[in-house]
Design a protein around this ligand. Structure first.
Ligand code: ARG
Length: 458
C-alpha cells in the first residue's frame, strides 16, 4: 500500500511502480534524508507543532534506522517509491502514529531539494580534497623540474623553451580556478530549501532558520516556489565538473602524446598502464584515454540537466527526479578520474633527457636570437627578418643556430658577436625569462609557493 492510497481505489500497476520509483538511485542519500528529518522533527517539537516527547522518539528512532542501515541490519526496499517514503515507512512501522507526525509541514518536494543540497555539499568537499591532492602532486613534481628544459608548443609545433616545472604549473593554475569555482558553488548550494513545503510554504509556525543552523546551512531560500523547483546549484556543479574534466582531458591528451615513441617524454608506471592482448611489446596509456573519454560523458550529464530543466513550469514536476542520476554520474566519474590521474602522475617517470634532446631541434631559441639583435639596438621587426633568413639557411644546410660559425652569423648581420652563443643557449633562454609568470626557475618557484599558500586557505 502506498502512503497516498487514501485518494486511490486501485493498487499501482507494477510496471508503473518500477517506472516511477527512484529508490534504486536516491537510496544513496539515506544519510542526508535521515539527518534532515531529525532536524525537522526537532524543530517541530521546539515550535510546539508536535509534542516534545514525540519529537524525541522520532529523532531517537531515526538515529536507530541510520545505524541499522550503516550496519547492514536494514535493507532498502526497492519496491518503495523513493528513499523518503522508505525511511518514513520504516519509522512508522517502528513507532506507529508518532512516526506519522514527522511529515507535518513538509513535502517530499522540499525534502528532496534539501537532501540533494546536503549530498552535493558533502561531495563538493570531497572533490575539492581530490583536486588539492592533485595540486600537491603537481607542485612536488614541478619543484624538482624547475631546470628541466623542454620545448613549449603552439600548434603542436616546437615554439620556445620552457621547463617541465613551468608546464606542469600551467595545469596547476587551471585546477586552482576549479577550486575557486567549487567554493562559489558550495555557497550557492548551502541555502536551506526545507520549509518551502509542497510549493506554498505552510500555516504552521515553523522555524526555518533553526533548521538551517542545525544542518549547517548559511541561510534559507527566499521564495517557497523557487525553493522546491531550483536545481541551478546542480547545473552549476555539473558545469564546474565538466570544466574540471576538460582540464583533465587536455592534460590526458598531452600524457598520451608524451607516452608515444615519437615524443617519449614520459613513461607511466606499470601499475598505471596496461598491455595489449595481442601485441606483446605494448604499454598503453589507458588511464588518460579513459579520462579523455569520460569527459564526454560528464558533458552529457550537464546537457541532461540543462535540457531537463529548460521547459518545466513552476513548481515541482516529476521530471526533476531525473536530476539525480545525471549529477551522481558526473560526480562519481570526476572523482575517480581526479584520484587516478594524480596517482598516475605521482608515479610517472618523466624523461628529462628526451625533453632536452627535443629542445635542440625546431629552432626554439629563434626568438631569443632575434631578441639578441634587438638588445644590441636593432628594431624587432628587422631582427625577426634576419633570423627568419638565418633559420632558412640552417634548414638548407642541416644546421642549428648553435652549430653555425660566427662567420656564418656575420653573413646575415655584422651585429652578431661571439656572445650570441650564450644568448641562444637553451638554459640561458629559460633563465632569462624572469618576467612575472615566466618559465625561469625563480618564477616557477614563486608560482609553486603562491599556489601552496592558496591551497592552505582553499
Ligand atoms: N523521488 C522524488 C524526486 O526525486 C521525490 C519528490 C517527489 N514529489 C512528488 N510530489 N512526487 O524528485
Amino acid at each position: 500500500m502506498k502512503m497516498w492510497d487514501g485518494r486511490f481505489s486501485k493498487a499501482l500497476n507494477s510496471r508503473v511502480n518500477d517506472f516511477n520509483s527512484s529508490i534504486s538511485f536516491d537510496c544513496r542519500m539515506y544519510r542526508e534524508d535521515i539527518t534532515g528529518s531529525i532536524a525537522h522533527a526537532t524543530m517541530l517539537g521546539r515550535c510546539g507543532i508536535i509534542e516534545q516527547s514525540e519529537a524525541e522518539l522520532i529523532c531517537k528512532t531515526l538515529k536507530e534506522i541510520l545505524s541499522d542501515i550503516e550496519n547492514n541490519r536494514l535493507e532498502f526496499d526497492f519496491e518503495a517509491e523513493d528513499i523518503h517514503m522508505f525511511i518514513e515507512s520504516v519509522l512508522t512501522e517502528r513507532i506507529g502514529d508518532t512516526g506519522k507526525r514527522l511529515h507535518t509541514s513538509r513535502s517530499r518536494n522540499d525534502q528532496v531539494a534539501l537532501d540533494i543540497r546536503m549530498y552535493l555539499k558533502r561531495e563538493i568537499a570531497e572533490i575539492k580534497a581530490l583536486i588539492i591532492r592533485l595540486e600537491e602532486v603537481l607542485c612536488d613534481i614541478a619543484s624538482k623540474h624547475t631546470e628541466s628544459v623542454m620545448p613549449g608548443y603552439t600548434h603542436l609545433q616546437r615554439a620556445q623553451p620552457v621547463t617541465l616545472g613551468h608546464y606542469l604549473m600551467a595545469y596547476a593554475q587551471m585546477f586552482a580556478r576549479d577550486i575557486v569555482r567549487l567554493n562559489e558553488i558550495y555557497a550557492h548550494t548551502n541555502i536551506l530549501p526545507l520549509g518551502s513545503c509542497a510549493l506554498a510554504g505552510t500555516t504552521y509556525p515553523i522555524d526555518r532558520h533553526f533548521v538551517a543552523e542545525q544542518l549547517g546551512f548559511d541561510t534559507v531560500t527566499e521564495n517557497s516556489m523557487d525553493g522546491v523547483s531550483d536545481r541551478d546549484f546542480a547545473i552549476e556543479l555539473a558545469s564546474a565538473l565538466s570544466i574540471i574534466m576538460m582540464h583533465l582531458s587536455r592534460f590526458s591528451e598531452e600524457i598520451i602524446l608524451w607516452c608515444s615513441g615519437e615524443f617519449a617524454f614520459v613513461e607511466l608506471d606499470d601499475a598505471y598502464s596496461t598491455g595489449s592482448s595481442i601485441m606483446p611489446q605494448k604499454k598503453n596509456p589507458d588511464i588518460p584515454e579513459l579520462v579523455r573519454g569520460k569527459t564526454g560523458r560528464v558533458y552529457g550529464d550537464l546537457t541532461t540537466l540543462l535540457t531537463l530543466m529548460k521547459g518545466i513550469p513552476l513548481a515541482y514536476n516529476k521530471d526533476m527526479q531525473e536530476d539525480k542520476e545525471a549529477i551522481f554520474d558526473a560526480i562519481d566519474n570526476t572523482k575517480i578520474c581526479l584520484e587516478l590521474f594524480a596517482s598516475m602522475l605521482q608515479t610517472a617517470n618523466f624523461k628529462t633527457d628526451k625533453m632536452r634532446a627535443a629542445s635542440a631541434y625546431g629552432f626554439i631559441n629563434a626568438t631569443d636570437c632575434a631578441d639578441y639583435l634587438v638588445k644590441k639596438g636593432m628594431p624587432f621587426r628587422s631582427a625577426y627578418k634576419i633570423i627568419g633568413r638565418l633559420v632558412a639557411y640552417c634548414i638548407d644546410n642541416n644546421k642549428s643556430l648553435d652549430t653555425l660559425t660566427i662567420e656564418e652569423y656575420k653573413q646575415f648581420s655584422d651585429v652578431f658577436e661571439s656572445d650570441v652563443y650564450e644568448a641562444i643557449d637553451l638554459i640561458n633562454c629559460v633563465n632569462e625569462r624572469r618576467c612575472y609568470g615566466g618559465p625561469a626557475p625563480e618564477s616557477v618557484l614563486r608560482q609553486i609557493s603562491n599556489l601552496r599558500e592558496f591551497l592552505k586557505n582553499a
